[in-house]
Design a protein around this ligand. Sequence first.
Ligand SMILES: [Zn+2]
Length: 190
Amino acid sequence: MIALDIQLFATADARWQEVCDKFIAGANYQFASYDLVVKPYPSRPNYRPMTIPQFAPVRDGYGEPEKLRLAAQKAYPSSRGIPVIFCYLSDGAGLTIQAGDNDANRTASWPSYILIDSRHRNPQNEVLAHELIHAAGYSGDTDKFGDIYLHDKDPSSIMRIIPPGGGSKIVSVEEKHAVSLRNSYFARPI
Ligand SMILES: [Zn+2]
């Protein structure tokens, strides 16, 4: 069994309560067949995410994600695994900032981290699972962003581009996604 350690943060205006546990449960539902389990810190449902005192939507790029990452570092310097920050995104349900993204990170080279918009509903609760696979460095076969292929063409893959509202097609994790997760910096044998 492999634990995927995630450190939970939330901005002051995030409605994390509405999606946090659903998305963790959704990820664990998807990952269970691959002996992967998401371990949140602080543990849920007993404790709440660490609070970041920020209001207002966050854009991708312009150094804005890094402001949250820095605030997370300040709120809890000894975080475990990958930071997952519930916030208010100006666009999209989730966003993974990869190491080396200089538009998102202006001052430092952070390992990958995840921002999740707490207002989005997703019937399969797949957003955290999808973003964790991105954060693990998975390369798909479509969606050219610079030189990196991020998503899968197969509409039943959890790594398809998530349509608005999540779409109606049932999606699943595949072994190739699990391989990336097992090799990620937030994976830990248990
Ligand atoms: Zn994606």
